[in-house]
Design a protein around this ligand. Structure first.
Ligand SMILES: [Zn+2]
Length: 128
């Protein structure tokens, strides 16, 4: 399942980012998920939480930030893919509404760790 490998990669990144902050746990992780990906947000959240149960991040809250799909065409058209209906199960059209040729997504392919929140007490090393 695609979501599972994505979830593992995001958790790896979250652990690295937590280590950079001197933290060994993460309260919240935020994932940027483009609407032109084939990834279902609810499934991805479920996979991250499931994989996290085996790790020090077992209590993590998962926030998904949707990135709208945008596409551009060689003829100069750019915008939101026209037949995209906003549901995660539907892959946006890649046809240009002006000339009918194939378009390239310029935005909406994202699937990455955007940010993490670490527990507050690990962010104040100067008190020691
Ligand atoms: Zn076009």
């Amino acid at each position: 399942m695609h979501e599972l490998s994505v979830a593992e990669a995001i958790l790896d990144r979250a652990r690295e980012a937590a280590a950079d902050h001197g933290a060994d746990s993460v309260e919240t992780l935020t994932v940027e998920l483009g609407e032109a990906t084939h990834i279902n947000a609810d499934q991805l959240r479920f996979c991250i939480e499931t994989v996290a149960e085996e790790t020090p991040l077992s209590a993590v809250e998962v926030a998904i930030e949707r990135v709208p799909a945008r596409a551009a065409c060689d003829c100069g058209w750019s915008g939101e893919p026209p037949t995209f209906d906003g549901t995660a199960a539907v892959v946006p059209s890649t046809r240009c509404p002006e000339c009918g040729s194939g378009t390239e997504f310029t935005q909406g392919r994202e699937c990455r760790l955007a940010s993490i929140d670490v527990p507050a007490d690990t962010q104040t090393p100067t008190e020691r």
